[in-house]
Every structure is written in C-alpha cells, then in structure tokens.
Design a protein around this ligand. Structure first.
Ligand code: FMN
Length: 387
C-alpha cells in the first residue's frame, strides 16, 4: 500500500481543533530565518554558508525558479503512489536524507535524532563520515530503517577498509563516495568566525572509534585529542584520489556504489564506464566551487547520457515538493534533502526532522496530484515549461 504522505495536511488541521499547532513552520522558505534566530552564530553560519560569494548557493535556487510545472486536469490523480526503486531498493518516496556531517553542532542528539526520524518514516538516511556519533551508534538508533553510508575516502587504505567493514557490518546497504570535497572551499561565513567544527573536536566520532585509525596514533584520542584531530584532518577527505582507484572500493565494498558530486556529463560517463551503480548530480549545496553552474542545470544532459545505465540522483537546492517534482521530471530517480532537515534538527531534534521531512513529502504528494500525476513514472520534461 502506497503511503499517503499528503495526509499530514489533514492531521495538522484536525489537531488544530484541539488548539495544537505544528512544532514550527510548514513554510520551507521560513526555515532558514527561524534557524538564524535560534542557532548559535558559528553553527548557523556553517550550515547556511556557501563557498566564496555564495553565487552557487543562489544559482541552485534560481535554476529551480526557471522551470515551472504545467498542471494537467481530469487525470484521476486522487490517490498517488510516490514509491520509487533506487539501487534495487524500494522506497516509499523518492527522497533521501543527504549526508550532513557534524550534526551535533545544531542539536546534541545530532545524527541519532536524524536516524530515528528517518526510520520512523521509512526514508533512507545517508550517514556522513564526518558524523558526530559513531557508525554503530547511528545504526542502532536507525534500527530497521534503511541506511546508506557516505565515505570521505581517507588517504590511508587500512583506515578506509576498516571504515567500510564497519559500515557494512552495521547494516549500511549502499556506499556514497563524495568526490567534490577533497579540501574545504574558501568559506567566508566560517572564516569570519574562525569556526570549523572538526578542529573543535566535533565530527570525528568515526575515526576516533576506528581501530585502524587508532593504531596510527602514539596516544589515544582520549589522551591527546589534538594530535588525533591533526592526524585525521589531512587524511580524511581523500586528496590523492583518481578514477583508476575506484576498483579499490569495489574490492572492499560488497554492495552498490554511488559517486556524489558529479556535475559534468563526461564524469557521469566515466562513472558509468567504471561500473558504478549510481551518481548524485550535486554541487554540495554550493559549498565548494563559488561561481559553479547550478546542479539542476546539468541534470537533464547527464540523465539523458547515463540514466539508462545507472541511477541518477540529485541534490543541491531542494526545498519544496515542487522542487522534487522538477528534479524528477528532469531525469532524477530520487533526490537528497539537505539543509532543510538540518534546520529541523536544530529547531526540534528528532521531532523537528520528522516535521520537516513530512512537510516536504506532503507537499510533494499534493503537488504531484494537483499537477495531474499519479505516479513518478508520469513525470517527464513535458511536465515542465522553461520560463
Ligand atoms: C552543514 C552541511 C554539512 C554537510 N556535510 C556533508 C558531508 O559530510 N558529506 C557530504 O557528502 N555532503 C555534505 N554536505 C552536502 C549535502 O550532502 C548536500 O549535497 C547539500 O546539502 C545539498 O544542498 P542543499 O542543502 O542546499 O539542498 C553538507 C551540507 C551541509 C549544509
């Protein structure tokens, strides 16, 4: 039975009869403003910020605005099915939670709250290597929920293998390898506040709990956290990687592999030629290359080139149900939600994540139906008009 995500709307109105309001706004455009009022300045700047002038963050949103949905009538879209199949896995909706590191900077429960909220909704969470809780703790919080693991590919092979084994043993079914962040971009929001979570000891739970990483240290991270942090930071983002090293991951990961951060059609083809199972067309939410092309602008060409050979996912700029419709119509099989759920986490912990995700899914369900579509298969470039 397809989940009727739009039902969140009736739930909210009915609860209003008992004077109960939603935990915070249902308006996706107000989340950032609420977070600005609520979060500490360092964490807020880290989450909202982009590379350089912020031009790529803005471009991601402008690209969505240029596409408009053309609604169709009398199509019997009263009951929708948002079900999707990605990497052979059935999903109740084509939305995953993007890998976001250092979540404890906005809420002490961090990734554990996200894992619980995702599991309650049956939505797949992607856990970051920069998590503030260990792989095993997050898996336990996620229980039977579907989960993928995002790798920042360490320069040390033993550490990489150890992390991959731990993720597999903890029930993470797919590997997402992020390629666009082998070093941090120039990020004025963080630089102006001299605020980088990792240096402050946040977001290092995965290496600090890793036997292969600990074996490299003269003193344990508990005895000498600074030395451990300084060992990890230059190692963890994978500065020495090239295309011809991908077989190493195949050898040590038994399951689907997805490359995240693809923006050029030739890189998408290379991913396919290398036997990858999926890609995420993404510019990391505009956090890496200032002045980069909007991720959405590259999606149609990439989906047309490789969409029949691997699963094309998308992120960078998804805020509303309409945004999801647009990305799917332009060729994505599913999308990753990023900053909005992190605002939800900071505003309300597990309940806050659940509220934001349910809101996006309800909006998606209703927008899909009201534009005359019953399933995701009904969406195509014809659903949209470029303005
Ligand atoms: C605070 C923050 C931390 C992030 N950390 C990671 C990470 O650890 N690994 C990763 O692959 N992507 C990371 N990302 C990028 C997201 O996975 C995703 O690509 C991005 O948030 C999409 O852009 P949007 O939030 O504007 O939609 C991070 C994004 C934010 C906002």
């Amino acid at each position: 039975m397809a989940v009727q995500f739009g039902g969140y709307q009736n739930e909210i109105y009915l609860q209003g009869l008992g004077d109960k309001l939603p935990p915070f706004t249902t308006d996706p455009t107000r989340l950032e403003g609420l977070a600005r009022e609520t979060f500490d300045p360092g964490p807020f700047g880290y989450v909202v910020g982009g590379a350089g002038s912020g031009a790529t963050v803005a471009a991601n949103r402008e690209a969505f605005d240029r596409w408009r949905i053309v609604p169709r009538m009398l199509t019997d879209a009263t009951t929708r099915d948002l079900g999707a199949t990605v990497l052979g896995q059935s999903m109740p909706a084509p939305v995953l939670l993007a890998p976001v590191g250092v979540q404890s900077i906005v809420h002490p429960d961090g990734e554990l709250a996200t894992a619980r909220a995702a599991a309650a909704l049956g939505i797949t969470m992607v856990l970051s290597t920069a998590s503030s809780h260990t792989i095993e703790e997050v898996a336990e919080a996620n229980g039977d929920g579907p989960r993928w693991y995002q790798l920042y590919w360490p320069n040390d092979n033993d550490v990489t293998i150890s992390i991959l084994h731990r993720a597999k043993a903890a029930g993470f079914s797919a590997l997402v390898v992020t390629l666009d962040t082998w070093t941090l971009a120039w990020r004025p929001n963080d630089l102006d506040q001299a605020y980088l979570p990792f240096i402050r000891g946040i977001g290092n739970a995965v290496p600090f709990s890793d036997p292969a990483f600990r074996a490299l240290l003269a003193k344990s991270p508990e005895e000498d956290p600074t030395a451990a942090i300084l060992q990890w930071i230059p190692m963890f983002t994978g500065t020495d990687k090239r295309w011809d090293q991908l077989p190493f991951l195949r050898e040590h990961w038994d399951g689907p592999i997805v490359l995240k951060g693809i923006q050029h059609v030739d890189d998408a083809r290379r991913a396919s030629d290398a036997g990858m199972d999926g890609i995420v067309v993404s510019n990391h939410g505009g956090r890496q290359v200032d002045g980069a092309v909007a991720a959405l602008d590259m999606l149609p060409e990439i989906a047309a080139a490789v969409g029949d050979r691997l699963d094309v996912l998308f992120d960078s700029g998804i805020r509303t149900g309409a945004d999801v419709v647009k990305a799917l119509a332009l060729g994505a099989k599913a999308v990753l939600l990023g900053r909005p759920y992190v605002y939800g986490l900071g505003l309300g912990g597990e309940d806050g994540v659940r509220h934001v995700v349910r809101s996006v899914l309800a909006d998606l369900d209703l927008t899909l139906g009201l534009s005359g579509n019953r399933t995701l298969a009904d969406l195509s470039p014809d659903t949209l008009r470029r303005t």
